[in-house]
Ligand binder design. Structure first.
Ligand SMILES: O=C(O)[C@H]1O[C@H](OP(=O)(O)OP(=O)(O)OC[C@H]2O[C@@H](n3ccc(=O)[nH]c3=O)[C@H](O)[C@@H]2O)[C@H](O)[C@@H](O)[C@H]1O
Length: 436
């Protein structure tokens, strides 16, 4: 029931009562009151300064918008694009890889190029984590003959231009705002990349002629609070535990709509905690390695009931094979120029390792490989979007394209640690330059 409000006695701001004599509120009595007023203003300014110093805004993950002809466009740029997308005579694929300066994106782009496909990358080089690492990956791609367009998937004009210049047969969509826990700090970046950006990309794909087939990265996090294990594609995905998971789940819904209305062939891959060389510094295995080597304390989460938290850690090379398998079995889209001509393929696959490992075991393996004892602090998992356990049932991917992970966590971490030590001691990136 609505409460009666007495304007004379109700505070205008919680905790503050209106002065007894409101008509005196804005009158300044010289000279004593003027000094008081100036002091209040100065104090307010100082408080504001202090607040902005100690509470810096989260790093911007949105790349600045570029205008046609500024960083892209023009005949030289078009030549670079065309050259990058040349395929060898045995290949029938020209692939646009979004997020190509990212972890999975760079590995997949290189694998496609190596086997002779035409490949073009696009990445917005946002500052979610150390951009130097992204540029180092870009250099690898350039050396292999892959051009990375610097642009955002939210830029529909740029995407249209790319589809005008190149008849892409496939889009491998790996650009995303990743990270489960960061969603509490910067929710908008998830909406920007995983919802708005994905929709702009699908719009460009649906209008293209020919329409490409799309394979894209969903996430194991869509299983959320589902407790039935191992997670199968038919299980519930309507209880996300983080905004990240919610945007990936919504992405699967958006993808279905474009498949249904426009005849786009779409395959979603639910990745399970992918790790390995050239990985993401925001992920636990990566920053645990960094902190253990520095002698810094690490926090290991356990479940609220004292049990271990576990992940189906999946090695990057296994995931790359899964991505290529999905791409190679993707059927053509059926529409053209925005018009559906028939029903099209719509698939969802788990790409996991089928062998969950407790986080405490991950730390023990790292201690062994690094030959350093970690300073551990064990804490109950905070309510920050994390889930207790992931475990993939991969039989569907196995049946469809022979997906079969072969790398166990210790073997994969050995490869990661080798890369990490070489990379960060070679001066490729200044130590500690990462924001993680
Ligand atoms: O499969 C996915 O779809 C997702 O995988 C990844 O998420 P997660 O599985 O949460 O990986 P990650 O952060 O490395 O934490 C690993 C473990 O360490 C624990 N963890 C974490 C931090 C910490 O300080 N302590 C700790 O114990 C933590 O509780 C967890 O058990 C991707 O980041 C995400 O983008 C998405 O792709």
């Amino acid at each position: 029931m609505a409460q009666q409000v007495n304007n004379e006695t109700t505070p205008s701001t919680p905790g503050k009562l209106k002065p007894d004599k409101p008509h005196h509120r804005f009158r300044i009595h010289p000279p004593h009151s003027r000094y008081t007023f100036i002091c209040i203003l100065l104090s307010a300014f100082l408080v504001f300064l202090l607040f902005s110093t100690f509470n810096p805004p989260p790093p911007s993950t949105t790349a600045p918008r570029r205008v046609l002809g500024d960083s892209w466009g023009g005949s030289h740029w078009e030549r670079l694009v065309s050259k990058s997308t040349r395929r060898n005579s045995a290949s029938n694929k020209i692939v646009l890889v979004t997020g190509s300066a990212g972890f999975v994106g760079s590995h997949v782009a290189l694998a496609l190029k190596r086997r002779g496909d035409g490949v073009l990358g696009i990445d917005n080089f946002n500052r979610y984590y150390d951009v130097n690492l992204k540029h180092a990956r870009q250099k690898l791609l350039e050396r292999a003959g892959i051009f990375v367009v610097e642009g955002d998937i939210n830029d529909g004009t740029l995407l249209k231009k790319l589809f005008d210049v190149v008849p892409f047969t496939h889009v491998m969509h790996l650009a995303a705002q990743a990270g489960v826990r960061y969603a509490m700090q910067n929710p908008n970046s998830y909406v920007h990349s995983n919802l708005a950006g994905f929709t702009v990309l699908l719009e460009a794909c649906k209008s293209a002629n020919p329409q490409p087939a799309i394979v894209w990265a969903s996430s194991s996090s869509v299983y959320g609070l589902n407790s039935k294990v191992p997670f199968s594609e038919k299980d519930r995905t309507d209880q996300p535990a983080s905004l990240y998971a919610a945007t990936k789940k919504a992405g699967e819904g958006i993808a279905h709509t474009y498949n249904h209305i426009y005849g786009l062939s779409i395959t979603a891959l639910r990745f399970f905690t992918v790790y390995g060389p050239w990985g993401r510094p925001d992920m636990a295995y990566f920053f645990f390695t960094k902190d253990i080597l520095k002698g810094k304390q690490i926090t290991v989460f356990e479940s609220p009931d004292g049990g271990s938290v576990a992940r189906d850690f999946t090695y990057i090379d296994d995931v790359v094979k899964g991505c290529l398998g999905a791409l190679d079995t993707a059927k053509k889209s059926t529409g053209s120029g925005g018009k559906k001509k028939g029903s099209a393929q719509f698939r969802v696959f788990n790409l996991g390792n089928t062998s969950p490992v407790p986080v405490s075991k991950l730390v023990a393996i790292l201690e062994k490989l690094l030959k350093v004892n970690a300073k551990k602090r064990v804490l109950p998992m905070p309510r920050n979007g994390d889930v207790k356990f992931t475990h993939a049932n991969i039989s569907l991917a196995q049946r469809e394209f022979g997906y079969k992970p072969t790398i166990d966590l210790e073997t994969g971490l050995r490869k990661f640690v080798k890369w990490y030590l070489e990379f960060y001691s070679s001066g490729s990136i200044k130590k500690g330059s990462s924001s993680w």
